[in-house]
Ligand binder design. Structure first.
Ligand SMILES: [Zn+2]
Length: 217
């Protein structure tokens, strides 16, 4: 689905088809955000095919965080540059293996370790915002020109990311939400579930999160 010119959503359908929302910035270069689970990557391939694209056409993969349901699918993209936050990479390498299980199948080496700041890929000028809480090196990706925030598992439509997984931290999650909530946004594109369109709907969503979810964290 083309949300607006240059941005395609391969939306969450159900857990047997895919397990996260994948976003494609489609211009003179192509940037794919969160390819999802490996065993479900046929979904991403099919969606690319509908646009007459193949995994080889993807220049860059941005990973919002290192959970398998967001990043395992990188194996499909052998020719792409894989980017993730430095802290998330260190966490996966050093800490996560000791917790067993949840990071299985994520053994890889990223090409670029991100830090907070501007990231220019072709004509796309993006802001990488470090938003720990769901995991230590989670990021949000803000596209100022389009007033669009890709929020990974920090916030959803009507919810927040869980903090009970290894490296999760509720106080950090709140701080990270406060860090992004006042950005100028017309689109909020989360890692799971529905996306939000319109600045007032997005504002309301953050108000609900602050009043309902913050006390529970
Ligand atoms: Zn996650």
């Amino acid at each position: 689905m083309e949300l607006f010119q240059g941005l395609h959503v391969f939306p969450w359908l159900n857990p047997t088809v895919n397990n996260c929302n994948t976003y494609l910035l489609n211009g003179s270069v192509r940037v794919l955000i969160d390819p999802g689970h490996k065993h479900l990557s046929g979904h991403v391939k099919d969606e690319l095919q509908k646009l007459n694209l193949s995994p080889r056409d993807i220049n860059t993969i941005l990973i919002t965080h290192g959970h398998p349901d967001h990043m395992e699918g990188i194996e499909l993209f052998q020719d792409s540059k894989i980017c993730m936050h430095r802290e998330e990479y260190n966490f996966i390498r050093e800490v996560a293996p000791h917790y067993g299980g949840i990071f299985e199948g994520t053994g890889f080496e990223p090409h670029i370790l991100l830090q907070e700041g501007t990231l220019k890929i072709g004509e796309f000028e993006l802001m990488i915002i470090h938003t720990p809480g769901h995991s230590p090196g989670s990021i949000c990706i803000y596209w100022p020109e389009k007033k669009t925030l890709v929020s990974g598992d920090l916030v959803f439509a009507g919810g927040v990311g869980r903090t009970d997984l290894p490296g999760g931290n509720s106080d950090e999650l709140k701080r990270s939400i406060r860090k992004v909530m006042d950005l100028d946004m017309e689109y909020l594109l989360p890692g799971h579930g529905e996306f939000l369109n319109g600045s007032s709907a997005i504002k309301e969503n953050f108000q609900e999160i602050e009043s309902f979810y913050f006390p529970l964290l």
